[in-house]
Ligand binder design. Structure first.
Ligand SMILES: [Zn+2]
Length: 258
């Protein structure tokens, strides 16, 4: 499996091979050395933007099962605009989900966070700020953000999240360090709905349907109108296909809180 460690080793092996080749066959132009470097940099970027690659840190992205069961997760709330509608739909269908919340969206929405918890959903950590440059913060500041988010959730629900979903799904060595130090369980997905850019609910539904398989983890956003529109149809579809919706901590058999 290609990981940060195996990529580092591969780079050294490739550079050694190029150096040896250059000595044995001096006509080899100097810029041949660029090939291993470009491959290596491409691997670093691929690993950073692809959480399922487990490149920097192993993230749980699905369950290994043959049972028709799926977990639904919502990122980026809680927001008055759509989170209550999502909760209403889930309640009607008696489905439990996970909400990876942003800490600085909880202030003023404490009642909403309490509702998420009281209705049997799990609250996960999606950082305090979800800052655009979050991945540049360095491990110390990242960990401080994660703890700040936990503190807010704990002050409202008396529960301390253990499940962490990286903002933008991006990972890097500093974040891997912060996750390990803080004792978090990194959570990814294996169905990226792309609901934040979906044209309409039909396009969104079609995309999700293609990814549905036993043990899947679906990524949605409770910040999107199109998600509210598609959710009842998705739940009907899952029922028709014989799928059960399981809360992510139960699907993956891991503790949700400290
Ligand atoms: Zn997010």
């Amino acid at each position: 499996m290609l990981t940060h460690r195996t990529a580092n080793i591969s780079l050294l092996v490739m550079l050694a091979a190029v150096w040896l080749g250059h000595n044995l066959w001096p006509v080899l132009p100097w810029w041949v050395i660029l090939f291993p470097v470009i491959l290596y940099l491409a691997a670093l970027v691929w690993g950073a933007v692809n959480i399922q690659s487990n490149f920097y840190i192993p993230a749980l992205c699905a369950a290994r099962t043959n049972e028709k069961v799926i977990a639904i997760t919502f990122d980026d709330g809680p927001l008055l605009k759509h989170t209550p509608e999502i909760l209403d739909i889930l309640q009607q269908e008696q489905a439990s989900a996970a909400f990876f919340c942003i800490g600085n969206r909880i202030g003023g929405n404490e009642a909403l966070l309490r509702r998420i918890d009281a209705e049997g959903h799990v609250i996960g950590n999606h950082s305090f700020s979800h800052h655009f440059w979050f991945d540049m913060l360095g491990s110390g500041k990242m960990l401080a953000e994660l703890k700040q988010m936990d503190d807010v959730v704990e002050s409202v629900t008396a529960k301390r999240p253990r499940l962490f979903r990286p903002p933008y799904g991006v990972t890097n060595p500093d974040l891997a360090k912060a996750i390990t130090k803080g004792g978090y369980t990194p959570i990814g997905w294996n169905i990226r709905s792309l609901d934040t850019v979906a044209k309409d609910k039909d396009q969104l539904l079609e995309r999700i349907k293609k990814g549905i398989k036993p043990g899947a983890v679906l990524l949605l956003h409770d910040s999107m109108e199109v998600t509210v529109q598609a959710l009842p149809l998705l739940l009907q579809h899952l029922k028709k296909e014989g799928y059960r919706i399981e809360r992510i901590d139960k699907l993956l058999n891991i503790p949700a809180y400290a």
